[in-house]
Design a binder for this molecule. Structure first.
Ligand code: FE2
Length: 235
């Protein structure tokens, strides 16, 4: 099935391959360069991940804020690492997130329970897509899980009827899901109606992933405006 159909219809998301690994490796190396750990751990991302996994919660939170974007062109680099697929979904003229996010998830039971949610909760338009990619192989459960569009929509409608947002039904889903194991160079693109989240995971390695949101510039922006987005034309 075509990736477009997977993302727009069922299951609402697709695992895809990064098209330009040169740009994506540059992006990962820029993360390592900016990381505040001894230089000897920066040569290999897995060594860096071990060091990050040992940091305190406060240090992790501080780095996350610092790494909201570790490179001023992070959003463009993300988009340019998968240009064909993005052009297929939205055309050449885009609105992209002004600052892509970098998230660091630390192993252990008290960390990284990200409640199942859908992106539209945060006010992005229904025409937005989310591009999520880890900066290394994912050999444990530190990734993200996605719930098929049909189930996601059914749950949303039920919650709407009951006047709930992320009620107990959604919370229970967290325990049931297993994030897929991805290779460095694989990404997940999903639509904003798809429920997704993280589970606590056991590992010696922290998980580092970047994500960026984008939509066609011909579609309505709705709540998110020029603070959040910027114009970008794919070449
Ligand atoms: Fe999310």
């Amino acid at each position: 099935m075509k990736i477009n159909t997977l993302i727009n219809k069922e299951p609402g998301y697709a695992i895809c391959s990064i098209e330009n690994m040169k740009i994506f490796k540059k992006l990962r190396d820029s993360f390592l360069k900016n990381l505040k750990i001894p230089h000897k751990y920066k040569k290999n991302i897995n060594n860096a991940r071990v060091q990050i996994a040992k940091m305190s919660k406060a240090e992790i939170n501080r780095s996350m804020i610092n790494f909201l974007t570790f490179n001023k062109n992070l959003s463009e680099m993300m988009i340019n690492s998968c240009p064909k697929l993005i052009k297929d979904l939205c055309g050449k003229d885009l609105f992209i997130q002004r600052r892509a996010h970098t998230t660091i998830n630390v192993p252990g039971n008290e960390h990284t329970k990200q409640w199942t949610h859908y992106e539209m909760i945060s006010g992005i338009s229904p025409f937005t897509y989310i591009f999520w990619a880890p900066l290394h192989d994912l050999d444990d459960d530190g990734g993200a899980y996605h719930i098929d569009l049909k189930t996601s929509l059914k749950i949303m409608k039920k919650e709407e009827k009951e006047g709930l947002v992320n009620g107990p039904r959604v919370l229970e889903m967290m325990g049931l899901k297993k994030p897929p194991r991805l290779k460095f160079g694989q990404a997940i693109i999903f639509n904003p109606f798809v429920l997704h989240g993280n589970i606590p995971f056991q590992s010696g390695f922290a998980r580092i992933a970047c994500n960026v949101r984008f939509q066609s510039c011909n579609k309505p922006l709705l709540q998110k405006n020029t603070d959040y987005l910027k114009y970008f034309r794919l070449s």
